[in-house]
Each structure stands twice: as C-alpha cells, then as structure tokens.
Design a protein around this ligand. Sequence first.
Ligand code: FAD
Length: 462
Amino acid sequence: TPSLLWFRRDLRLSDHAALLAAAHDGDADREMLGVFVADDALMKPSGAPRRHFLAGCLSALDESMGGRLLIVHGRPETVIPRLAAQIGADSVHISADFMPYGRRRDDAVAKALQDKGIELVTTGSPYAIAPGRVTKDDGSSFAVFTPFYRAWKQHGWRKPAVSGKGVSWIDPDSVTGITRHDPDLLARPLPKGMTLIEPGEKAGLAHWKDFLDGPVDDYQDHRDRPDLPGTSRMSAYLKWGCLHPRTLLADLDGRSGEGAETYRSELAWREFYADVVHRVPESTRTSLDPVIEAMEWDSGAEADEHLQAWKDGRTGVPFVDAGMRQLLAEGWIHNRLRMVVASYLIKDLHLPWQIGARHFMEHLVDGDLSSNNHGWQWVAGSGSASAAFYRVFNPMTQGEKFDPNGEYVRKYVPELAGVSGKAVHQPWLLPDGVPDGYPEPIVDHKAEREEALRRFKERPKR
Ligand code: FAD
C-alpha cells in the first residue's frame, strides 16, 4: 500500500525519520507521494525573505526527488486527506510540529484522515529531543535554561536516521484533478538590494562543512563578533529543516573543544525555547511575566516615527543602524545585534517587544516563532530565563567592544565609510560632527535609559 509524506519544516532527504517510516513498512518498501501544502495561514504572514528562501528550498528538494515533489495550494485538512485517498494510501507521515497553529492544524488533519480510515503517523520532530521530553525528576518542565541544558545533554538523542535503502516516489503527474504548483509561484520579490543565503539541503550541508572545517574551533571567542564570520549561519536551514540538528550534533561528537561545547549549548537554546512554547503556547504572543506587559509603553505619532527610523536603520546610533540594515540587506542579523537592536527598541524607544518581534518575523529568513519571540522576551526581561529588565544594552559600548575596529558598521552604513576605527560608533564626537547624510541620534541613550528604569520601577505591581 502506498503512503503519503507531508513535508513541512523538514525539507530534506537525509536524516529524516518520517521519510523512512513512510518509505518502509517493516521490511517491505513502498511507494510514496511527497507533498508540500502552501497553506495561506502560514504563507500570508511570512515576509518576502522567508517565502523566497522557502521556495528555493522546495526547488532544491524537488530536484533531489527527481522532480517528484507535489506542491499544492489549500487547507491541509482538505488537501491531505483527499490526496491520500486518491493514491490509496493507508497512512500519512509527518514530523511533529510543536507550534500552536501546527498542533491545531495536525489535530484537524488527523481527524479528517480518520474519517477516511487513514492514519496520521508522526515520527521525529525538528528538534534533537522533542519538546516536553526533557523534564525534572518530578516530570515538570524547566523554566530556566542552565538546568534544562544539563538535563538535555543527559537525556541524549538518537543518531541520525539512515536506512541505506532507496525510496520510490509516486509521480505527481499521475495524480489527477489537482493543480500542481511550481515552487517559484510561492516566492515573493525580494526587497531591492537584498541577497539571501543559498537555500536547500545541499547548500546547508556545504555551509555546515565549511563551518566544521575551521570556525567551529574559535566559535566560543568569535560568536559575539559581527565583524568576523564566526557563526555557522545554520539558522535558516534549521528553520526549514534542510538539516536536522541531530546531524549537526553527530558531527560535533568526538570534538571536545570549547567551540563545539558552546555550539551545542546554542542549539540547546533553540530546543529550550521550543520547550517553553510547548508548555505555554500563548507565550508566543504575550509576556511570560505579565508585569512587563502592564508597564507604560509609548504610542502615537512620535512613537511611529521612532519605529520607522528603527526599521530603516536611521536612528543615528551606528551599531543599531548597522544591525537593522543588515536585516534589510540579508534577511538575517548577527545574534549580538539582535540583542542590541531589540534592547534599543524596548528600552530606548519604549516600544513593546511584540512590535519588534513582528517586524523580525516579517523580515528574517530564519524567522522562527519560538526562538524569535522568546529571544525578544529575553531582552525585554519578560520571558523564561531572561536578562533582567534593568539590563539595558549601551549600543555605543557594545559597538566598541564587539566591533572594535568599526568594520561591521562601515560595511552596512556607507554614510560612515569615511570614518576610521572605532570612532565610527559615536560620530557626533568627530571634530567635524556627524558626516553628511547620516542622522543625529533620534533620542539620547543616557536619558532614555533612565526613563526606562523609571517606568520599570513604577510598573504596576502584581
Ligand atoms: P550560530 O551562532 O551559529 O548558532 C547555531 C544555531 O544555534 C543557530 O542557527 C540557532 O538555531 C541556534 N541558536 C543560537 N543562538 C540562539 C538563541 N539565542 N536562541 C535560539 N537559538 C539559538 N534564531 C532563529 O533561528 N530565528 C529567529 O527568528 C530568531 N530571532 C531572534 C530574535 C532575538 C531578539 C534574539 C536576541 C535572538 C533571535 N534568534 C533567532 C537567535 C539567534 O540570534 C540566531 O539563531 C542566530 O543569530 C542565527 O545565526 P547562526 O545560525 O549563525 O547562529
């Protein structure tokens, strides 16, 4: 009996447990139909960079399947049962999705399939250890990262999934009565001047091998330096499952250096945040700490202007602007800058973290609900294992410390290209003042820091 493999955030052929479950029924091999559903509920809120990258990943997947990926448009609870019945499948296979919409959608699809006597089989997830599995001795979840990380490592994970057998894809053109989409139809034109990382499993693996061949050994020292190519850039590949984190963890096995250990812990942050969302689904929208929600936040015309300056990378604070312009140029921002620009929006401009998180989700190629919204909450001081609210990043000293020669700023802020060294972080101190074409700071950091702390101190108490 054939089966159907429904691809979602697992756009790869290697280390794919659900694919193997779909392809092999015990010792017997079976034919399967590989399907991706362009679901408006997920496609519509995705900005152009993520859609563009997704379309590229789907093209790459289709190519590695010999042109046999079926892309259809519609609601999964209608499309998947219809396709499965049409090919006479007795099972539909998926990797688990733990995000709030994904869980609701999968429940609806399982029910619709059940009505047709077809089983929805879940094998594996986008994580080394599925959310909800790493628990304290009493079975409860961790609210803080460090003990989670200890327990996560102790729990351990399976080795990458390999079978050695070939798989046999059903030709989608043999399925009648459906409109087959070209991956390019899902893409949206990229904003002018934006260039994205190369999509797909092969490109992701090549990137990963390059990282393993060198940068990983210095990762612990270089990961905070946006002026150096010190991080792996695996986030978009992990987001779409072009690679499974277990593949990365297996490659790190046997490497005992500090770089490998730090890298493992960063992967664990991704798993931790997914675990938090599994436990508290509404934390993707509202603060885990309601006190932060109830604080005084800015709104109105001036707040709108400030927000726009932040989005455009024209706040007059070079390190912040370089980060925001990297987002516009690459659909990606270095982690250090994600923290700095988030802190600036929340604590210098007094805008709620949700506004920034939404903007990031629209523009990031790796936009991931749990990592993004909890990354924002970490900075806002409202999440699990957060920095305290009163930790306000100083964007000038952050720049001087992590971009010591100013190269990162000059790369993304051409108006400051003529300023040498770290002086670029405070152009208002230059003998000739701020170079032409670059704005004066829209707010005074020192004063706004005080203002943020005042609002925090005077916040409504629970
Ligand atoms: P590397 O340093 O090479 O890290 C390797 C991998 O570990 C990353 O690909 C990622 O999967 C994981 N990782 C590293 N740091 C974190 C972290 N702090 N939280 C969760 N996972 C982490 N990451 C996303 O994948 N998607 C997002 O939408 C996202 N939004 C963020 C928003 C804010 C405000 C902040 C502070 C962080 C956010 N992060 C997000 C986490 C982190 O910034 C990115 O994962 C990282 O910059 C991606 O680049 P990289 O792959 O080169 O990272």
